[in-house]
Design a protein around this ligand. Structure first.
Ligand code: FES
Length: 294
């Protein structure tokens, strides 16, 4: 658990349930973590960092080389997983995917909404926050450690395709296969946050396309083996980016004209249709030229 405080002032920027921050680590790695404290506490932010020895190095650095009292740069908070008001929610967490859901459950309770949590993980000892969740929310929390309960039986838990009462929204965060399985059962009701990219499918265009920079009129060509982000950076246009795989939202850029082949895992279906934003690290053009608000 990492508790972060502002080095100079008491107050940190405001955030809402579902938000995450980028930790810019002293070794240059940038990692995203969901805030799992309460938005009302403006004096500290809490994130949970699961140590992943076989990961890409961010979590082991935090566990092994970031002593208490260290200073880290933080970007954000940003929220691509907001809690939409509803009378009823089902929260589904896999492993460390519990973190963004924790403030959501508190917010849902405060709003008087009905909700339940389905929380799966490898084993009880590997599942963070179980005691706290059961103590705070009791019967609303169903814990399913895989070693004793097997895989989540989503058909039974969700009651089939028509099993959820009208007005229920489903929020899911966890490993890709869990999200894919929930997606198959809850189309239209579902809000997800992925920690790793899913399958974006074939691009709409297989050839090159052009990107125009609105502020200068500069037109750049993006070939099939380059990302928009790479081309912008190669041409001296600095864009913040963290995951570079379409899951964090850091590189979000406004689109002024053109159709986008959305290949990220951040924007909702409605946001994709609006075509006003693109994640330039992975998304591409679905037309010969797009104009970006840069
Ligand atoms: Fe994370 Fe683009 S850098 S979505």
């Amino acid at each position: 658990m990492l508790d972060l405080h502002h080095p100079d002032s008491d107050v940190l920027p405001a955030w809402e349930a579902g938000a995450h921050i980028d930790l810019i680590l002293p070794n240059g790695l940038v990692r995203q973590y969901s805030l799992c404290s309460t938005p009302e506490d403006r004096r500290s932010w809490r994130v949970a960092v699961l140590r992943e020895p076989d990961g890409r190095g961010g979590s082991t650095f935090i566990h092994d080389e970031l002593p208490l009292g260290s200073t880290v740069r933080v970007r954000g908070p940003r929220n691509h997983f907001p809690l939409v008001p509803a009378p009823r929610y089902v929260f589904i967490a896999g492993g460390i995917g519990i973190t963004p859901l924790i403030p959501m459950m508190t917010a849902a309770s405060s709003a008087g909404a009905d909700w339940q949590l389905i929380y799966g993980g490898r084993s009880l000892t590997s599942m963070a926050f179980v005691e706290q969740l059961v103590a705070e929310h009791g019967h609303r929390v169903a814990v399913h450690p895989q070693d004793t309960c097997g895989l989540l039986n989503l058909d039974a838990l969700l009651g089939g395709p028509d099993g959820l009462p009208d007005g229920t929204l489903v929020y899911c965060c966890g490993p890709g296969p869990l999200i894919d399985a929930v997606e198959q059962r809850c189309t239209g009701l579902l809000h997800v946050e992925r920690f790793a990219p899913g399958d974006a499918g074939e691009p709409v265009l297989h050839g090159s396309f052009e990107v125009q920079v609105a502020s200068t009129g500069q037109t750049l060509t993006v070939s099939p083996d380059e990302s928009v982000l790479e081309v912008l950076r190669c041409n001296g246009i600095g864009i913040d980016a963290a995951c570079e795989e379409g899951t964090c939202g850091t590189c979000e850029t406004r689109v002024l004209d053109g159709q986008i082949d959305h290949r990220d895992f951040v924007l909702t279906a409605a946001e994709r249709e609006q075509n006003a934003l693109m994640m330039v690290c992975v998304s591409r053009a679905a037309c010969p030229r797009v104009i970006l608000d840069l």
